[in-house]
Design a protein around this ligand. Structure first.
Ligand code: NDP
Ligand code: BG6
Length: 477
């Protein structure tokens, strides 16, 4: 938006009545608005099948807005200003007439100035293609008063396997070019995940030890306390490997293991991630353990198991837990296992990366029976309580020579007393700026599916029974 020509921005949320729109997208837009980060005059258009007036939509939109970025005394005014820019249009997702109505509503508000448009497809995957085609057919993509940009944001899951993902990419590509397409993996917007490249490439001392000679293994663990809740209909068709591993955790792995990009720009970073992912051989059933949470009693209350959740068949074998071992066939990582675990209905919520270094060779402080102390470990805590911990061996102060592992602990809350933005704030701002560094390119998506598709198919074809674990436990034994 560099030149002086008057312009406007329309942010269209398709599926605006849904959970994602209400909990994440609209609050993130409000947070950007409070920081004056949404350029120029803009409007938010909600579109969905539910009947709602503009007022009802504004009421719904206000539910999750927070005053994190403005003083409380001014917050109500800012909310009122923001909500007055929100409009709602009811319609069917694949109906040309409905989308033409939306088109007219946009044109009326945009006037004759140059209009930029961002479409956010916050609908279940089954609806993606129908709505994208209808958007294209209604002329919404290219008819923004001339010369404006159009961008589309889509949420995972991007297909169920390599083949369905390819179809989605190809069909979406008939409406939006690749450079107009922003495939969100919201973990890439998380503060600590964005810090991974900085940690590795802006510090001198990691690179010399960041390889098979010094690192024994890398583990990426992810867990949530709650079960599936109301998302059974979606989750049962996907399972934890597709829901979390093939995307969020694999992205983290790629950033941890890739080579240094030639520049810090979207293309160079993505090229390196793709190169790394191509070095990972497809998983087999032997590389994977799956589990499923079962009912348990807690304080006079029965917590339902996965098979009792709404919209989940009573004989479902969909995994709610998985542990996988990945290999990276390149010179840096040959022989170093990359372990991933992910589970719902576990004892606590966490996401952390552990880099375990090798033991010191011929350590002069090893005990008489050859027992050695723990090797160094770097722990990168993505959530909750973001931080970095480096476990070092130290002499315990005192007269003897007693050694103990001690932590150098960098807690974000203490080191950076600022508001940590929500991932969606960061990602939506990047879409507005046209920066695709934190989004998934189509070739990257394809290789990510190549790693997981064979094992997903094998688990389904062999109807592998997941190991049971009690909800709220540490997972399967
Ligand atoms: P919802 O299930 O809440 O669906 C969004 C809207 O789509 C609903 O309000 C409904 O609107 C419409 N809809 C729902 N089911 C159908 C259907 N079978 N056919 C047609 N329309 C339907 O989804 P979310 O908002 O949770 O998620 C949207 C997308 O984002 C999904 O792809 C999801 O996987 C992804 N996602 C969501 C996350 C979250 O935290 N919620 C996190 C990461 C990804 P109406 O009936 O008014 O048309
Ligand atoms: C989503 C998954 O992509 O990420 C959910 O579909 C999961 O199952 C969610 O709960 C976790 O996101 P966050 O940001 O709360 O860790």
């Amino acid at each position: 938006m560099a030149d002086e020509k008057p312009e406007t921005l329309s942010i269209v949320i398709i599926g605006a009545s849904g959970d994602l729109a209400r909990r994440k997208i609209i609050p993130a837009l409000f947070a950007l608005y409070c920081q004056n980060l949404i350029p120029g005059p803009f409007r938010v258009f909600g579109f969905a099948r539910t009947a709602m007036t503009h007022e009802a939509f504004r009421q719904m939109a206000s539910e999750h807005l927070t005053c994190r970025y403005v003083p409380h005394s001014r917050c109500e005014d800012r909310m009122a200003e923001f909500l007055s820019r929100c409009y709602y249009q009811e319609g069917q997702y694949d109906s040309a007439d409905s989308l033409l109505d939306l088109y007219r509503a946009l044109r009326t508000e945009e006037g004759s100035v140059r209009a930029h448009r961002m479409f956010y497809l916050a609908v279940p995957p089954a609806v993606f293609l129908g709505v994208a085609r209808a958007i294209g057919n209604a002329g919404l993509v290219e008819c923004g008063g001339g010369e404006g940009w159009s961008r589309v944001v889509i949420e995972k899951p991007f297909g169920r396997d390599r083949a369905t993902s390819d179809v989605l990419v190809e069909e979406m590509g008939r409406v939006f070019r690749e450079d107009q397409t922003y495939r969100i993996d919201h973990y890439l917007g998380k503060e600590i995940v964005q810090n991974l490249m900085v940690l590795r490439f802006a510090n001198l001392f990691f690179e010399p030890v960041w390889n098979r000679m010094f690192i024994e293994r890398v583990s990426i663990a992810w867990s949530e306390e709650q079960g599936i809740g109301s998302r059974g209909g979606y989750f049962d068709g996907y399972g934890i490997i597709r829901d979390v591993m093939q995307n969020h955790l694999l992205q983290i792995l790629a950033l941890m293991a890739m080579e240094e990009p030639t520049h810090y720009d979207a293309r160079a970073v993505c090229d390196e991630k793709v190169r790394l992912l191509r070095s990972i051989p497809p998983l087999t059933v032997d590389d994977v353990v799956i589990g499923q949470y079962r009912a348990t009693e807690r304080k006079d209350q029965v917590l339902p198991g996965y098979r009792q959740e709404v919209q989940v068949p009573p004989d479902s074998r969909t995994p709610t837990y998985a542990a996988v071992r990945l290999k990276i066939n390149n010179r840096r990582w040959e022989g170093v296992p990359f372990l991933m675990t992910a589970g719902k209905g576990l004892s606590h919520r966490t996401n952390e990366i552990r880099v375990r270094f090798r033991a010191v060779p011929r350590n002069i402080f090893c005990g008489p029976e050859g027992t050695c102390l723990e090797p160094n470990e770097l722990v990168i805590r993505i959530q909750p309580d973001e931080g970095l911990v480096l476990r070092l061996m130290n002499k315990v102060p005192g007269l003897g020579m007693e050694l103990a592992p001690t932590d150098l602990n960098l807690r974000y809350a203490a080191a950076f007393p600022v508001q940590i933005p929500d991932a969606y704030e960061c990602l939506l701002l990047d879409v507005l700026k046209g920066d695709r560094s934190l989004f998934i390119r189509s070739d990257e998506l394809a290789v990510a599916w190549d790693i997981f598709t064979p094992v997903l198919h094998a688990l389904e074809e062999q109807r592998v029974e997941p190991l049971p674990y009690a909800i709220g436990s540490e997972g399967p034994v």
